[in-house]
Write a protein that binds this ligand. Structure first.
Ligand code: MF3
Ligand code: CO
Ligand code: CO
Length: 290
């Protein structure tokens, strides 16, 4: 018996309809063995409108954090700003009670890679670099973005890490300046840029489809081979969110963290991350969380 299993077909032309150009392109890639989306990952006009609105609110949440963040503030205060602003504008902070997550946003300082939990005892100090990650639900639709903030003046090393992490996001975005690219294409470009700058890319966590749910297909890895991963086609909404480490890419949990959410660099070196939600269109990605 042959050990080759036939992969289940993922892309279908709806019954009674002639295949569109998009159908044909996707089915050609699938026939070549590439990972293609399923149709439910292609958002309708109405869904896209809803996700855009969630994106507008998400951006104003982060803008509000940007206005108010300062030295001496606790990360719990940031969490309160996110909760109050989001809920008073008709939204819901997606992290709150998500799989046991206790707060409305993630606040990841210095060697915290991601999922840092807001806490009264975590007081922002001059020179800290902090990622604030907010996911907003509005009318049932999700938008997810994070930014780095530098508290006062930091070291040239930390500044460079924050800058290169931003460049990595922008490079991923540039690879997506046309549709029908693969997740591996953008991951490959991001990792190259990180490595060229002496940094590493976290491998245990990735970007993701988003919009109807918090985390959807595809996984958006920020490293890898060109042509690997899922084909990105018009109508897909997903995040790019590279986590860039100053030292080694390996991460670990925090012994004292009972929630087991917090992710740290294993070597204690700094980490930086920026995130946007994107819509793939016929002309490449549009930033939903700008
Ligand atoms: N916003 C994070 C992401 O970019 C996920 C956080 S999950 C939470 O995917 F529960 F910690 F909020
Ligand atoms: Co996020
Ligand atoms: Co995300």
């Amino acid at each position: 018996m042959s050990s080759k299993k036939k992969k289940k077909q993922r892309w279908f032309v709806p019954a009674g309809l002639a295949p569109t150009e998009m159908d044909i392109l996707i089915m050609e890639w699938e026939a070549k063995g590439k990972l293609v989306p399923t149709r439910n990952l292609i958002k309708t006009k109405e869904q896209i409108e809803g996700i855009r609105k969630a994106g507008v609110l998400n951006t104003s949440v982060l803008d509000t954090v940007a206005e108010k963040i300062r030295e001496g503030m606790s990360t719990t205060e940031i969490d309160r700003i996110v909760y109050d602003y989001t809920t008073s504008h008709g939204g819901i902070p997606a992290p709150l009670n998500f799989e046991g997550y206790p707060n409305s946003c993630c606040t990841s300082i210095n060697d915290v890679v991601c999922h840092g939990i807001p806490c009264e005892d975590d007081i922002l100090e001059e020179g800290d670099i902090i990622n604030v990650d907010c996911t907003t639900i509005l009318g049932g639709y999700y938008a997810d973005a994070s930014r780095m903030f530098i508290i006062g003046k930091t070291t040239p090393e930390r500044q460079r890490l924050v800058d290169v992490a931003w460049e990595c996001l922008k490079i991923g975005e540039q690879v997506c300046s046309k549709p029908y690219v693969f997740v591996g294409d953008l991951g490959n470009a991001i990792a190259r840029h990180a490595h060229k700058n002496g940094y590493t890319v976290v491998r245990d966590l990735c970007g993701h489809g988003v919009g109807i749910a918090f985390h959807e297909e595809p996984d958006v890895e920020h490293y890898g081979k060109k042509g690997s991963g899922m084909l990105l086609v018009p109508g897909m909404t997903f995040t790019i969110e590279p986590m860039i480490n100053a030292g080694d890419w390996s991460v670990c949990g925090d012994e004292d963290d009972e929630t087991e959410w917090i992710v740290l660099t294993e070597d204690g070196e700094d980490s930086a991350q920026w995130e946007h939600t994107y819509l793939m269109t016929e002309n490449g990605v549009e930033v939903i969380t700008n």
